[in-house]
Design a protein around this ligand. Structure first.
Ligand SMILES: Cc1cc2nc3c(=O)[nH]c(=O)nc-3n(C[C@H](O)[C@H](O)[C@H](O)COP(=O)(O)OP(=O)(O)OC[C@H]3O[C@@H](n4cnc5c(N)ncnc54)[C@H](O)[C@@H]3O)c2cc1C
Length: 402
């Protein structure tokens, strides 16, 4: 029987564990929290929708792959009676301005997607969909929606639960490789688990381990605000416009989110609630009138983010063996650490990417056919940052929706 250790029980770790367990692997799943989905993956709800572009760039293709995998995977979890909470209400992605509206329209004209995947709607139709007067038209994704990410983690882990042994409340202080087995050790030096394969799904904390310290992973703090909402009140769909607002879920509506890099303040801030209310006003003009930042509650999370904003999925490079004076141009020439893998850097799109990322990682580990084209596999390869001639893109652009 094949065995792996997964460190991290968020969207990344639970997806990797589920996909390997589906292939009969047994998993030791370790998280310092006392339950799955307590880190960035612990928000009340997040948004599921792809991000098309005029040039159908890598981000567009990866979010499409992610969206398609997520839809199928979530439907399968639901069909299996697992406790995933999500709503395929549709997502309305409003244009920022007239220029953006023209681009959105052009994308739809150019690629002619199926109408149940994506349509451009004018301002009147957008207002009717939102149940509130909006300022512009935009993209309408009828099969997008909201997802409770912690429930997705729990459903992932329950699907093949007999094969996944959880170790909650266990912080991994160190990892090493001994007699061809990777070991996860606690701060007293005791071995929590050992296996031939180890998967780092512990967000930015992966960098605490020497073998992963070279990875350009950063934390992007995000605060989401929770607004009281009566059941059935508008909007009954997700609406985005440089921010997002969800339908009512258990009497609350999520509005967000802020985005600040290398900001480690875990406490809720009124200034961030004010920023979320300003975003809400941009999405649904006048909707937040009478709501005051100091009256709001919410949640803070830290998104693990790669410098190029693409996820990191694959085998970890042996960075110590790469000669800085003679780095390789080819990913295939970069030496790797046997049995050590990474699923990380989901940034603001963990809900969109996790099902696809788990499947891709399981295929890479087991040597089975990959679910996407080779150039996309290379685009998410964690060794990409060690390649010679790689374009420097350390600046992270702001202006995300989630
Ligand atoms: C405010 C906000 C809004 C968002 N909105 C959206 C959205 O609308 N749509 C979308 O697609 N995505 C959204 N995201 C992004 C998404 O939530 C993240 O990309 C995703 O949760 C990251 O998952 P992860 O498993 O990599 O990290 P995490 O969920 O943080 O999981 C990492 C886990 O590792 C554990 N861990 C860390 N170090 C150790 C250690 N040494 N030993 C043991 N355990 C360890 C932690 O306890 C944690 O449980 C949002 C994120 C935030 C913060």
């Amino acid at each position: 029987m094949t065995q792996a250790i997964v460190i991290g029980a968020g969207l990344a770790g639970s997806s990797a564990a589920e996909r390997l367990a589906a292939r009969g692997w047994t998993i030791a799943l370790i998280d310092r929290a006392d339950a799955p989905g307590q880190g960035a993956s612990g928000n009340l709800a997040g948004v599921l929708r792809p991000l098309p572009s005029l040039d159908d760039n890598r981000l567009a293709r990866l979010t499409r792959a992610g969206f398609d995998h997520a839809g199928e995977h979530f439907a399968a979890l639901t069909a299996a009676g697992l406790p995933l909470r999500w709503g395929r209400t549709g997502v309305l992605h409003l244009a920022r301005d007239e220029t953006h509206a023209a681009t959105q329209q052009r994308v739809v004209e150019l690629y002619q997607p199926a109408a149940d995947y994506l349509r451009f709607v004018d301002r009147d139709e957008a207002s009717a969909l939102a149940g509130w007067p909006v300022a512009t038209g935009g993209w309408w994704f009828p099969s997008g929606g909201w997802v409770d990410p912690a429930s997705l983690c729990r459903a992932n882990l329950a699907r093949y639960g007999a094969l996944i042994r959880p170790y909650y409340g266990c912080e991994v202080a160190r990892i090493d490789r001994h007699a061809e087995l990777w070991r996860a050790l606690d701060d007293s030096g005791a071995v929590i688990a050992e296996a031939p394969v180890l998967i780092l799904a512990n967000a930015t904390d992966a960098r605490r381990f020497d073998v992963a310290a070279h990875l350009p992973l950063r934390a992007a703090r995000g605060q989401v605000s929770h607004l009281k909402a009566e059941a059935g009140s508008p909007p009954g769909i997700v609406v985005c416009r440089l921010g997002y607002v969800t339908p009512a879920i258990d009497g609350l509506r999520c509005a967000g989110a802020t985005f600040s890099i290398d900001d480690f303040d875990a406490l809720l801030r009124d200034t961030d609630h004010a920023e979320n209310l300003a975003k809400l006003d941009f999405i649904l003009p006048g909707y937040g009138q009478g709501i005051h930042p100091e009256d709001l509650v919410g949640r803070v999370g830290f998104r693990p983010l790669a410098a190029d904003r693409l996820p990191m999925i694959g085998q970890v490079a042996d960075a110590a063996a790469v000669d800085p004076n003679r780095p390789s141009q080819l990913l295939s020439e970069i030496p790797r650490l046997p049995g050590l893998y990474l699923i990380n850097g989901f940034g603001a799109r963990g809900i969109v990417w996790s099902a696809f990322a788990g499947e891709l990682l399981a295929c890479l580990i087991t040597g089975t056919p990959l679910p996407v084209a080779d150039d996309l596999v290379s685009a998410v390869d964690p060794a990409r940052f060690l390649r010679r001639g790689r374009r420097k893109r350390s600046r992270v652009t702001l202006g995300v929706d989630c």
